[in-house]
Design a protein around this ligand. Structure first.
Ligand code: FAD
Length: 470
């Protein structure tokens, strides 16, 4: 008699390699029902991450079909869907890879309790992070709040090898019904030309693994020098794939670690960056309010401006500050933004425009195909000065000085700012093709005047900061 199947509930783990939840089901010798649920948490994603989820699901469904399996798609409350699919297939239960944001944790623990009470298997596994957030603790047993000791705590920690890719999946004799991805219209909110962002996205597990190999071969050696220059292809671009779990962080870690031991310059810097992601999730797990509230409560008294017309110009890449506008247009056109540019764009909004970091955080959440709630919240609070281990508020990035230092030839700005160029490059043109008509901006208009002179903006920010200090 056929063994009862197991459901693998895929969420942000759209891969076949290094997938403990899937491996455990395969090792149990059970037929597998791969399932994705469009539940209210997934429905609530910002426009670009939701569109990118659709692309990721399509690629993952193709990989499963390559193994003779399929991805079942269902919409609804996760617990109800799981109950129905268990009933339809006679499954023994469900496995999933853990998530660590407060909303997913609340949902998953309720589901685990309910399914177990009904006599089903409900097991969660690691896979989204290198270490479980509760495994890394200070001497007192508490969470870390500062990056450097966190890095020291994890750098030498034993990490089990990555699991090989699953190559065979037993199929159930009765497939449950599936909805159609096209009907879900996950790109519906991309009123800014999903086809433009689509040109720049690198979707799926196979592409992610190639990307890693290419990065290690071609760019790791110079990573420490090149990673700050947004015009150079100096970084891995893997945040896009990590966000949906198309590659496992452990696979990246081991590959870079091997290169470190072969003496590759740049490898340690790269591993440290990967650990910044880990640190963000450590913080977010222990302090889930950090995505909404100032980490340091004294910042609640700061005179932030709420959303405002200057912030709208910032969102549209029309502040008149070339490095900032290039950064904002890069994000709108490609769905990602270079890390240096993120810091400059975020600093400009929170300091020169005195606007609440949450206004910026929300826009990034809507535009980034590598959106990650922990890294985004940590990044914004770090730049704003309100976060743990943050840059002090008075350290205000000067976008013009930063441009001279990190974009000395102007290549990054020219790539994304069409104005004033006789034949602008494709990304600069793409921005104007992507923006909604309601913005009423065209590339043949003059480049905007500065919203605020840099020295005035700086002085205004420092005065507001003095107000906070009393
Ligand atoms: P690489 O330089 O190749 O680094 C490798 C990996 O390390 C990255 O893929 C990423 O997973 C991790 N990493 C690198 N830098 C950081 C960092 N500063 N914080 C956390 N993890 C890091 N990253 C996101 O993945 N999603 C976000 O939504 C996000 N929002 C941000 C918002 C702000 C305001 C700031 C300042 C930073 C934000 N970051 C975010 C962090 C960082 O900018 C990106 O991870 C990085 O640009 C991704 O490019 P890459 O994959 O080429 O990185």
């Amino acid at each position: 008699m056929e063994k009862a199947p197991l459901i693998i509930w895929f969420r942000r783990d759209l891969r076949l390699h290094d997938h403990p939840a899937l491996q455990a089901a395969v090792a149990a010798g059970r037929p597998i029902v791969p399932l994705f649920i469009l539940d209210p948490l997934a429905e609530d994603l910002g426009a670009a991450p939701k569109w990118r989820l659709g692309e990721g699901l399509a690629a993952f469904a193709r990989s499963l079909e390559g193994l003779g399996s399929r991805l079942i798609l269902r919409r609804g409350q996760a617990l109800e869907v799981l109950r129905s699919v268990i009933a339809e297939t006679g499954a023994e239960g469900v496995h999933w890879s853990r998530l660590y944001d407060p909303e997913a944790r609340a949902r998953d623990s309720a589901i685990k309790a309910a399914l177990r009470a009904e006599g089903h298997v409900a097991r969660s596994f690691p896979g989204h992070l290198l270490f479980e957030p509760w495994e890394v603790a200070t001497k007192d047993g508490g969470p870390y709040r500062v990056y450097s000791p966190f890095w020291r705590a994890v750098q030498g920690r034993a990490l089990a090898p990555s699991l090989p890719a699953v190559e065979r999946l037993d199929t159930p004799s009765n497939w449950p019904r599936s909805e159609s991805l096209a009907d879900w219209q996950l790109g519906a909110a991309m009123n800014r030309g999903a086809q433009i962002v689509g040109k720049y996205a690198q979707v799926g597990e196979a592409r992610a693994l190639e990307r890693l190999a290419q990065f290690l071969d071609e760019r790791l050696d110079d990573y420490a020098q090149d990673r700050d220059f947004p015009a150079k292809p100096g970084t891995s671009g893997l945040s896009e794939n990590l966000s949906l779990g198309e590659i496992s962080p452990r696979t990246i870690w081991h590959a870079a670690w091997r290169r470190l031991h072969e003496g590759a310059p740049g490898a340690e810097t790269f591993l440290k960056e990967l650990v910044w992601r880990e640190f963000a999730w450590h913080l977010y797990y222990h302090f889930p309010e950090m995505a909404r509230a100032n980490w340091r409560a004294d910042w609640d008294a700061f005179a932030w401006r709420g959303d405002n017309a200057d912030a709208e110009a910032w969102r549209r890449g029309m502040t008149g500050e070339p490095f900032v506008d290039a950064a904002m247009r890069e994000m709108f056109t490609t769905g990602t933004m270079h890390n240096r540019a993120r810091m400059i764009a975020a600093s400009y909004l929170t300091k020169h425009l005195l606007t609440d970091w949450r206004v910026g955080l929300r826009w990034f959440e809507d535009c980034l195909i590598d959106w990650d709630p922990a890294a985004n919240a940590m990044g914004w609070q770090w730049v704003a000065g309100s976060g743990p281990d943050a840059a002090p508020y008075f350290r205000i990035f000067n976008p013009a000085g930063q441009a001279e230092k990190y974009d000395p030839s102007g290549a990054y700005r020219s790539r994304f700012l069409a104005e004033g160029q006789r034949s602008p490059p494709e990304p600069a043109r793409d921005f104007f093709a992507a923006v909604p008509r309601s913005w009423q901006i065209t590339h043949d208009a003059a480049y905007p005047e500065r919203l605020v002179a840099l020295d005035q903006g700086r002085a205004r920010a420092l005065a507001a900061y003095q107000g906070l200090r009393g």
